[in-house]
Design a protein around this ligand. Structure first.
Ligand code: SF4
Length: 362
């Protein structure tokens, strides 16, 4: 079977030139747009801020959930708002807004559809923000709610350089249906529009060249069906083990974990359909190597030191016996997070002892 990318290229017999499949071209274009946006995120974010302010909007910056909550509290105070109406979305869950705002004694509603009361702040999420002309891509229902106070959350990696790029990133072939989304480039009549750009460890991930590519993800959910771990987790208990999340988890400050990078297989099947051209395998391997390097200190290093000493000195094995050594290894080194390691069954006599007995040596 030929390579899928080569298969998608159709040669012109007469001239010898090649014409690429439009879907491959679209994919390459999207990967390039996202790469360009990530390489110059700082420039595009500043451009976005300047443009949206010129159009009457305001920008709030938050490093993490606590910053976001204090900014929203401050806003509620200055605008004399008496509560929040939250849309459902990954950013709102990630920042823990519902719990944190409720903890501060503020009224929180979870239905973001329908007209918004005058003293209530609507919090929704943007799919992308556009540096030029300074606009946000929002779900149409949230724009239609016509909230007098509207706060739009957007992570700092979700910036696109220009208006033309939004058509590539939201093309139906990429799984995001543009019909449900609309562009808003400033506040509506009698509205105050705030865009809250939050970081939440994304700058750490962008600063790590080995995994920066993961930030190209446009959230089309295409890989959910092709990555076996993601597919089974969605069907199972509903907790989604997304491959991009698995790649990013070791690089976040709060609760970093390498375990998900070992859970996902290295067959790279999801890379074949990813519109942003993300190479999952390379980043899983990067994380696994990082985990091995970080954990090479301490207990594993001591284990290999003792193991080497024992196996290179036959006297140690002969004097203590294989069973004792195996039990020692189990007690001190066999602890695992899942408790699945078992004690090795050591043979009664070593190979050396058996050979010596057979040869009638001492
Ligand atoms: S990583 Fe998955 S969700 Fe993200 S763009 Fe690729 S296929 Fe879509």
């Amino acid at each position: 079977m030929s390579h899928p990318v080569i298969q998608a290229i159709t040669p012109f017999a007469s001239t010898g030139t090649v014409k690429k499949d439009p879907s491959v071209l679209l994919r390459e274009r999207l990967a390039h747009v996202r790469w360009k946006a990530l390489e110059q995120t700082d420039k595009f974010l500043i451009q976005f801020e300047a443009n949206i302010i010129r159009r009457g909007g305001k920008v709030l910056w938050a490093r993490h959930g606590a910053d976001a909550v204090s900014e929203l509290q401050q806003l509620a105070l200055t605008q004399q708002a008496d509560g929040f109406r939250l849309a459902s979305g990954p950013g709102i869950r990630e920042l823990g807004l519902a719990e944190q705002l409720a903890k501060q004694g503020l009224r929180v509603e979870h239905d973001a559809s329908g007209p918004c009361p005058a003293k209530t702040i609507l919090i929704s999420e943007a799919q992308f923000v556009l540096a030029d002309p300074g606009a946000v891509l929002l779900e149409r229902v949230h724009v239609a709610a016509h909230a007098p106070l509207h706060v739009v959350l957007a992570p700092v990696d979700r910036v696109l350089p220009a208006l033309r790029d939004v058509y590539i990133a939201t093309h139906p072939a990429h799984g995001i249906v543009p019909a449900g989304w609309t562009l808003q480039s400033g506040p509506l009549a009698r509205q105050r529009l705030y865009i809250m750009l939050y970081d939440s460890d994304r700058s750490n991930i962008m600063a790590e060249p080995g995994v920066r590519e993961a930030m190209r993800c446009i959230g089309c959910e295409g890989c959910d069906l092709h990555d076996p771990v993601a597919a089974t987790s969605v069907k199972g208990n509903g907790v989604r083990f997304h491959p991009i999340k698995a790649i990013c988890t070791p690089h976040i400050r709060t609760n970093p974990s390498f375990a998900p990078s070992f859970m996902h297989p290295l067959d790279n099947r999801a890379a074949g359909i990813c519109p942003a051209g993300i190479d999952f395998k390379r980043m899983f391997l990067f994380n696994r190597k990082l985990a091995a390097d970080r954990h090479a200190a301490g207990r594993p290093r001591l284990f290999y030191f003792l193991w080497k000493k024992a196996v290179t000195r036959r006297g140690v094995i002969a004097s203590r016996g294989l069973k004792t050594l195996s039990h020692f290894t189990h007690v001190f080194f066999n602890k695992s997070t899942h408790g699945q390691r078992k004690e090795m069954r050591a043979p009664r006599k070593s190979f050396n002892r058996l050979w010596r007995e057979r040869m009638h040596l001492n």
